[in-house]
Design a protein around this ligand. Sequence first.
Ligand code: 3HC
Length: 689
Amino acid sequence: MNPVVELRRDGEIAVLAVNSPPVNALSAQVREGIVEGIRQAGADASVKAVVLHCEGRTFFAGADISEFGKPPKQPMLPEVVDFIEASSKPVIAALHGTALGGGLETALACHYRVAVPSAKCGFPEVKLGLLPGAGGTQRLPRLVGPERAMEMVTSGSPISAKAAKEMGIVDELVDESDLLASAIAFARKVVAENRPLKKVRDLDDKIAAARGKPEIFDAFRKANARKFRGFQAPEYNVRCIEAAVNQPFDEGIRLERQLFQELVSGEQSAAQRHVFFAERQVWKIPDISDDTPTLPVKKVGVIGAGTMGGGISMNFANAGLPVTIVEAKPEALERGLGVIRRNYESTAKKGRMSMEDVERRMGLLTGSLKLEDLADCDLIIEAVFENMAIKKEIFSKLDAIAKPGAILASNTSYLNVNEIAAMTKRPEYVLGMHFFSPANIMRLLEVVRGEKTDKRVVATAMQLGRQIGKIAVLVGVCHGFVGNRMLEPRQREANRLILEGAMPWDVDRVLYEFGFPMGPFAMADLAGLDIGWSRETSKGETAREILCEQDRRGQKTGAGFYDYDENRNAKPSKLVEQIILDLSAKKGITRREISDQEILERCVYTMINEGAKILEEGIAIRSSDIDIVWINGYGWPVYRGGPMFYGEQVGLGKVLDRLRAYEAKFGADFKPAALLERLVAEGKGFRDL
Ligand code: 3HC
């Protein structure tokens, strides 16, 4: 007997019941059980129809991702779905929870589908760098037409059961309270009415109109070119849908299988699968068990109504928590609250929020000019100017004001949280909560654990991160934590490269082509070159300082490293080129030709090296946490899996060799981390730690 799949009977209806927690992924054992169950039901003359039903929280959530990249186990999913479709008796899929990927493909191979209204279905494969590889790309367009099919497979977003019913994916919506009974009743109806074995593979009406019309697919590619840039899987998905329209079913399946194989054995999917598991790992903290009690947080205080403070406050208001925002001056407070309101209103204008929602959220925000008004807050986040003396003063005041048991957090992006905590008599309640700008949008939150932070406080901050929709990564105290610390070597090298021979647009192009949304110089122009710069203290020693002195302060002044037109399109600047040439000459640097490869290695391998030091020092728990920081906070391309994963894909041995070569040429900044040396010597990777 198969331990996870059981064949039961309800009169003339057989129920193939699957129970493989947590999400009924279609593991080898499940696949075997399904085939065996269908075989048995087929052989039993008293069975008239089969209901395929999953127990627990969901219908199959897809293929078992952990099997990818390993030797295949029979029977493979495409064979399983063909076997179901070929059944001589009607098979009815009963959908609840999330019928995703291979799960939905299994359902599409059944002859009928019923679903509870709360169910969702979709093809998230693209998010794993894949395409639906068990007939999904061929069956879906036959049910919903190519346009909707392309949208579903390339976005990866699930749709509601109601939408699925309207589109024709689901035949009937059934009572939420007893799916199995409803599915059995539906099966009886199919039998009683002697309904045909409806095979999706035989449908043609939804695809016929698009046949021989490549313009439909090209228009879709063009409209999504920006979104798909760098990714292999979206284009492969589109090709399969195009084949579904233009070729016989079996031909389309052949192409689907071939492209699926190519993707699943490729680097991008390996990277995206790594990210899938990394995003789930990140919440697990070795010395803090899941059942660690958290502290109740019902009211939040935020100090500072600037860009960061405002964005942070919005997160909590969005989650329904009241927030008191404290500012020093009434004008600043008013300005800050005004910006928040405008942000919400612009979301409402785009139709993504109602005006009532805007008012409800604004109603949760209270402005104040007195720190004393934070006395009843359970969590207080300081988001003032990045200056240690100011932060220390605030924390020592907060210590006197905040109620016992309140958590005191700093949004510092670089500073020593232990020093800040030492200003209070409750360092165990102090930690860092480092949000990324714009804080209401960026998914990353670095939770900075001080040396004395209590485990319950850490657990509470992580759980709050989840509650407000962030991906929270626990990090230790050091200058810049994980993200900004690794940004420093990249920035340093970018600045050196332009003095040695490259131009800002060369460096930017290489990193853009690597997959970052923009390069460091375009980024600096966007942020404003004058952050932290003042005319009085400017020494005119770096390109940035010289540009600021000439009032080229980035996009906001229409010029920075680049020239900008009225639509903010960047163009390389002759003037900047001359400034850089002059600066190189002034510093006595003989400029030389610099290859794209050198740009990439010096910017990226130094990051990997810094990441290795971070691991060595225990600042990050695991290398995949570092990857999550860079993907969610700094635009690292998800199809390259994060810097540490990328380092392993390149080969740590190669990274080490190149670092050594650069060390010999340029000195100690390239000195390989001891951990990297050790791992290479032992033939291991970061993931083995
Ligand atoms: N394979 C293997 N493990 C899976 C899995 C899958 N398809 N889906 C989820 N899991 C695991 C998770 O890793 C997690 O394990 P952990 O507890 O050890 O960390 C556990 O199941 C629970 O998952 P979540 O924490 O994500 O639970 P949620 O309730 O938040 O979400 C879910 C449930 C919506 C089903 C979500 O897990 C999900 O989106 N899963 C992936 C779905 C997917 O991508 N399916 C397509 C797979 S590819 C495919 O089908 C190829 C085919 O076309 C041939």
